[in-house]
Ligand binder design. Structure first.
Ligand SMILES: Nc1ncnc2c1ncn2[C@@H]1O[C@H](COP(=O)(O)OP(=O)(O)OP(=O)(O)O)[C@@H](O)[C@H]1O
Ligand SMILES: O=C(O)c1ccc[n+]([C@@H]2O[C@H](COP(=O)([O-])O)[C@@H](O)[C@H]2O)c1
Length: 223
């Protein structure tokens, strides 16, 4: 029987998408050999409202992945009302694709370390695997919070292939070279008039400047 391909989702606020996001998306794509679906949150939980609206953030994602094999934009959270709770998104996905296909969620280490704050966080393991990317400042080697440590203790796998063997419930640590870039750091540099352009793809920088996002003066060049 042909194995069913992994459904690999990478959710984020992407305000804006940056080279750190793209680096881990590419690593996950190459390690798992499947398309990574970058999924912008419409109304992201647990944070103040984004600086760019959902349509603009999705557009920047499309610009960033244009022409790049194995990276795509998934608009499912933009197409429903209310907050973009991941548990709700994954349940809707399971209703669509059924219980058997392996699903994985790509998250940075900081997201993983904060997982116990997510809505119905334990239920996520019955819906998806996790692929965890290294991130500076979010150590995975130290002790985890007790609740998280107990829940994940038996879930670790040492190879990406192991994720394909079951539909959900396993965790793989990707151990890629980490990139010290954050969207909040980029927004702070914009506010200070510092260099931020080098941390995003050039076409995304051009979109931000053309539309005067994040309080920047609009630079009108073409469409
Ligand atoms: N440089 C990075 N390395 C590894 N993971 C990252 C990196 N940047 C973001 N991520 C992960 O990508 C996902 C989406 O991140 P998000 O869109 O919130 O970007 P961010 O840079 O963390 O933004 P902000 O600084 O505004 O919080 C999260 O799981 C986050 O942990
Ligand atoms: O469902 C939740 O409770 C939840 C809480 C925090 C974050 N998330 C999701 O995690 C992803 C990364 O979030 P963020 O805030 O780091 O961009 C994004 O898809 C969010 O919707 C989800």
């Amino acid at each position: 029987m042909t194995p069913v391909a992994m459904f690999l989702l990478y959710g984020g606020t992407f305000d804006p998408i940056h080279n750190g996001h793209l680096a881990i998306a590419r690593c996950a794509r190459d390690a798992l050999g499947v398309c990574v679906r970058l999924m912008p949150a419409a109304d992201p939980p647990h944070r103040s409202p984004p600086g760019a609206d959902a349509i603009q953030r999705a557009r920047m994602l499309e610009i960033a992945v244009a022409g790049e094999p194995g990276l795509a934009v998934d608009r499912r959270e933009l197409e429903r009302d209310g907050r973009s709770w991941t548990a709700d998104t994954l349940r809707a996905l399971r209703a669509e694709i059924g219980p058997e296909q392996p699903v994985a969620l790509l998250v940075g280490a900081d997201s993983f370390l904060g997982l116990t704050g997510w809505k119905e966080w334990r239920s996520l393991f019955g819906l998806t695997h996790f692929v965890i990317a290294e991130r500076p400042g979010s150590p995975l080697d130290g002790p985890l919070a007790t609740e998280l440590a107990e829940e994940v203790e038996t879930r670790w796998v040492s190879t990406p292939e192991a994720l394909g063997a079951t539909p959900c419930g396993r965790i793989w640590r990707m151990r890629q070279p980490s990139t010290d870039i954050s969207a909040s750091g980029i927004r702070r540099s914009m506010a200070r008039g510092g260099d931020w352009q080098s941390r995003v793809p050039p076409a995304v920088a051009a979109y931000i400047e053309r539309h005067g996002l994040y309080g920047l003066a609009s630079v009108r060049q073409g469409s």
